[in-house]
Every structure is written in C-alpha cells, then in structure tokens.
Design a protein. Structure first.
Lengths: 346, 131
C-alpha cells in the first residue's frame, strides 16, 4: 500500500471522535467485521489509527477507498467546513430524467480534460444528495488529498452546495463541470454562506417554519404570554406591549427553530448623512462601510432581541429578510427616490 | 410594578397605588437601555427627584462587555440629583444585597421609617458618594 495512502487514512481516523470510529469504519465497509473485532477501540486514538492502517495494509487499500472514508467523515461532520450555495439555470422547460451514471461520466470527463491530476469520488445518499469529493493537483503534481473540495448536489433541484477550501482558481473549472454534467445552462453563486450545511439546505429548500399572514388580526386568546414569574406581587405594566412584541416576533420568525447562520454582512455604499454645519464629507461620494453581524446562531439571537428588550419590534427588514431572500451578504446603495436605502442584488 | 419605559400605560391608572420609589435600571452592556431611561426621565414629575428616584446599573460584573460609559452614568446621577447603585444580577449574593438596599430605600421613601425622610436620606447618600 502506498505510504501516502496509509498516512492519509491514519490522519482521517484521528479526526474521528473515538466513540464514533467503529461505526464509521463499519459504514465504510472496507474492513470486514472480523477484522474490526481485532481492534481495541478503547485504547488511545493514535494506537487505534495505527491498527486500522495495519488492517488496510492487509486489504491493500488504495486512494479511492481512502477517499470514501473521507466522504463519510465529512457527511457526518459537515459543519467543520464552510459551505457556499450555487444555483444553476436552465433555458427551456425540458425536464430530463436524471441519470447518475451519465452525470458521473460527464463530470469526470470534463474535469479531467482540463486537469489530469484530480481524484474524484462520488457517493449517493437517500435524500437524493450526491456528494462529490475532488482532490486537486496541478499539471505537474499528483493530487493533494488534503486540498479537497466537496460538492453536494441535490439532483432534483438546481442547487449545489460547495465547500471549496482551496485556491479559487479551480472554482470556474468545477462550476463548468457541474453545469455540463447536469445538463444546465449556467451557474451563479448565491450570496449565502454558513458552516451549517443543513441550515443552508433548510433556507434554500424552504424547509424552515415560515411566518404566515394571520387572518385574525387580534391575538388568539389561547396564546397568552407565559407570566415571567408566578408571584402575583409583581405587576407588569407593559403586558400589552410584551404581547405585541411576541406576536410580531412570531409573525416574522415563525414558531419553529431558525436555520443556523453565523453571520450577515452588509456592504454600505450610501451617502454619509450629517448636520450640514459639521461639514465632514466635502466630497459628495458614497461613504463605504462594512457592517457584519456575527453570532453562534444569528437568526435565533435576532429573534430574541425584541423579547429581551434590546431592540424595538418589528426589527429592520434588512435583518428579517435573510431566510426569505436566502442570502446573508447584502450590498446597500442609495436609492434615488423616496427611501434613503434599498436592496440591490449584485 | 415593572415597566419597560415611561409613561406608564394610562389604562391601568385606576389600578395603580401611590408610587414611592422609581428605580431606573440601566444595563451597562446596552446603550439602548441608557437611551430608554433618558427618554423615560422626561415623564417623571419633578417632585420625585427629591429622593424618590434612584438609578440601578446592572451587568457590572462583565467588564469586557461594557457599552455604556461611566461618565454618562455619573452625569445622569448628578443632573437628576439621585443616587446610583451598581449591581450584578447574575450573582445571587449581590442580587439579594441590592434588593435589601432598595427595600430599605423604599421603606424610607414610603415614610415607614420615623425621623428619616426621602429627601434627607437622598442628601445623605449624595454626601457620602462625594467623599
């Protein structure tokens, strides 16, 4: 077995939490159940990985099998990578039956015609998700297994989720191969990025709980705000306001859990508005500024801002539109007209 | 009675007893809370500022998250001639001690402590703060 393959397998096993190693190796299926019985999974991880490499040596593992283990690891722990979203467009209404073998063939052929040194692996999952792992090399060097890109393509949708983590120079090639293989016309990047792959899918496939316009304008009497304390000696003067905030929040965010995003970025190219006497900007140029909101769970924290009293309800639509518009990167320019700011999609 | 801002909603006027002490809570981590308090102060009758108002600044345990400047708070206490108390609500000991202080102040403001009026107590607190 190639030394680089052995090292790669060893490092991949080391990444897995100790309690999960056995299950993941079983999912991998490369080592037999009998072989797995011989490994002590309670010893130090360094020793476990050495034992596993030894067994792989017996089975003469090659890079293709090692890559499958890597895919399995990334499928179970996708949140270690940063994912971006791409959308493909098709001219015309032809609904073609998706042929996985054809897709694989076209993809490999297109990619290899431009760059011979790539390792490509595919794995299909039950939810129609196709995972593609690509290890990139250069025209003169073998593929670097540690410089990988991951593509998750849901064949029934025009959406592709990409985790590049490599030089941007390979990106156009990858996009081209995807478009050709899936019989689409072109592809564009959606301004949406996050570590949580499932949340990105929730936003783009509209799987999160959305607000619906309530037909009844008055709040339903069953939905009373839970009293903050059972002590009757504490009297809330602003109960009506608190209930209004809860209602508005529910209308905007819905009842269920929010998709998990880590940040929202707003690039402002608006005019600086100040007291004319202050004379700060003598040039009539837009004031360029970047505003970034970060949080372990941005949408949940936005949802709790008004109820904890840190902001007025309803929140600015610039913040609340994030899941509906499926984007967390915005560019705001001056609008010539009534309102001082507007959305401009790049 | 807890309120998020002043003025108080008028629909509850008939249910409200006499107000003896107003404690304005400012979260040192939130500029919004300071703005809210400043706006609400405009709705307080002048007679309250004779010892029946105090400022309670919370969140002082987390120094890294201070968003409101101390100067602004001292100035507030000066301008409105009212004491400023500091506490950290997350620590039970401090919370209980602060509650006891406020309760004592309330007793004085409500006239339950003979010989001590709200005004005299207020000036007492102010003099000791200047030291």
């Amino acid at each position: 077995m190639d030394e680089t393959v052995a090292e790669y397998i060893r490092r991949t096993v080391l990444k897995i939490p100790r309690d999960e190693i056995k299950t993941m190796l079983q999912k991998w299926g490369f080592l037999s159940e009998m072989q797995l019985q011989t490994v002590n999974f309670h010893q130090l991880k360094e020793n476990i990985s050495q034992d596993v490499v030894q067994l792989c040596e017996e089975n003469s593992a090659d890079i293709k099998q090692a890559a499958v283990l890597d895919i399995i690891y990334n499928h179970i722990y996708p949140n270690k990578r940063m994912w971006s979203v791409y959308q493909m467009n098709k001219t015309g209404e032809e609904i073609e039956f998706f042929d996985f073998t054809d897709f694989k063939k076209k993809f490999k052929r297109r990619l290899r015609s431009a760059l011979k040194n790539v390792t490509i692996n595919f794995r299909e999952y039950e939810d129609n998700a196709i995972w593609i792992r690509i290890a990139w090399g250069t025209p003169y060097t073998k593929p670097n297994q540690y410089k990988t890109s991951y593509v998750v393509y849901h064949s029934q949708t025009p959406y592709v989720f990409l985790s590049a983590s490599v030089l941007r120079s390979n990106l156009p090639l990858l996009c081209q191969a995807l478009v050709v293989a899936s019989n689409y016309h072109d592809i564009r990047e959606v301004e949406l990025r996050s570590h949580s792959l499932n949340s990105l899918k929730d936003i783009v496939f509209k799987r999160y709980s959305q607000n619906f316009q309530t037909y009844c304008p008055r709040p339903l009497s069953e939905r009373k705000v839970a009293p903050e304390s059972a002590d009757v000696r504490i009297i809330q003067e602003n109960r009506n306001e608190k209930e209004r905030i809860q209602r508005v929040n529910r209308e905007v965010f819905g009842d269920g859990p929010q998709p998990k995003l880590e940040f929202a970025q707003y690039k402002l190219e608006t005019m600086f508005k100040s007291d004319p006497k202050m004379d700060v900007m003598y040039k009539k140029e837009p004031f360029r500024c970047l505003v970034k909101f970060s949080s372990p769970h941005l949408l949940e924290s936005l949802k709790s801002l008004a109820p904890v009293g840190m902001a007025d309800a309803p929140l600015s639509p610039l913040l609340t539109c994030i899941p509906h518009k499926a984007r967390n990167y915005f560019k705001i320019r001056e609008k010539k007209g009534f309102f001082p700011e507007s959305f401009v999609s790049p | 009675h807890l309120a998020t801002s002043l003025p108080l909603p008028s629909e509850r006027d008939h249910l409200r007893p006499r107000i003896d002490l107003i404690a304005f809570m400012i979260d040192i981590k939130s500029k919004y809370s300071l703005k809210n308090v400043e706006a609400s102060l405009a709705y307080v009758d002048a007679s309250f500022f004779l010892g029946k108002v105090c400022f309670l600044v919370t969140g002082v345990g987390r120094v890294n998250y201070c968003s409101v400047e101390m100067n602004a708070i001292w100035k507030l206490g000066e301008v409105y001639r009212s004491p400023v108390l500091f506490c950290e609500l997350e620590l039970e000991g401090v919370r209980v001690a602060t509650a006891q202080r406020l309760l004592r102040m309330l007793q004085i403001c409500a006239g339950h402590v003979p010989g001590v009026s709200a005004l005299s107590f207020g000036s007492l607190m102010r003099n000791s703060a200047d030291d």
